[in-house]
Write a protein that binds this ligand. Sequence first.
Ligand SMILES: [Zn+2]
Length: 324
Amino acid sequence: MAKDASRLKSPRCPACGSDAGRKAFDCIEPGFEILVCCGCGMGRTIPPVPPEEIGRYYPETYYGKENVRFNVVFERLTRLFRLRRARVIASRAKPGPVLDVGCGRGFILACLRDLGFQPHGIELSDTAAWHARQVLKLAVETCDFNRSPHRKGVYDAVILWHSLEHLPRPVEALARAHALLKDGGLLAVAVPNVESLQAGLFGRHWFHLDVPRHYFHFGAESLASVLVRQGFAIVQEDHFCLEQNPYGWIQSLYNSLGFDENFLYSLLKNRSARAMRMRRHPIQLALTALTLPVVAALGVLMTLVEAVLRRGGTIEVYAVKRRT
Ligand SMILES: [Zn+2]
């Protein structure tokens, strides 16, 4: 992956300690680029937005009105996917205390509560935690995970579902998850896969890049190496994810064809976000409607191909804390 000619002296990689990096590409968001570590392959968003300023990249529409992000059909589908995920976790962890870091609306925790777990969540802000707290009556802390009040050695499972890449210090977060877990406890992690087929093909237009909200960009190998270094043993690595990966193909393809960035995604969101984008881009709306059935079929097909090649657009990794 690395080319000697493009090697740069870069800030030390928090995962492997290497100070050699190479610039992968400039991002769509002006002023940001992706730097890839020559030692372990982990990508970084440069410059990282200071944590105290990142809030302005999470507008209220990111979470949706009363935390409803998508239209009714997609909301139903999202809940089904969460239920499936909770069942995988329950099949690999004893029912006990579980901590979901970046719990969002709390669907996984609510499912796990029904399966006999004691749910705890962490979110970035009160806005993000509103649904989990007020509707699902879950205990959610709004704090920095690395300094959260949770006790060490008591959790049967810690979940970092599409949240690890949002953290400014992900290696510390994995060490913290390790400390909070009981021996043999389960860590469930999902991240976009920067080593995937779709990331390689679409580059800066890749939907799951999501700069600057994503500070770090993991691949299957770089994630595995950092997990092992932090004292985990990997027990399962999935590259087939129907919730995330076909959409990664579909949206990235439209982005790279010159459509307004993430136009379709905005149409799937709640009504106010949808109406605004539809009025602004009527021709793109018509072209999207005409081509979507074919593009969606292509997205599902390519999701199967990349899963077979073990290069899924997002990956789900389950690891257990090795006995200390
Ligand atoms: Zn590295």
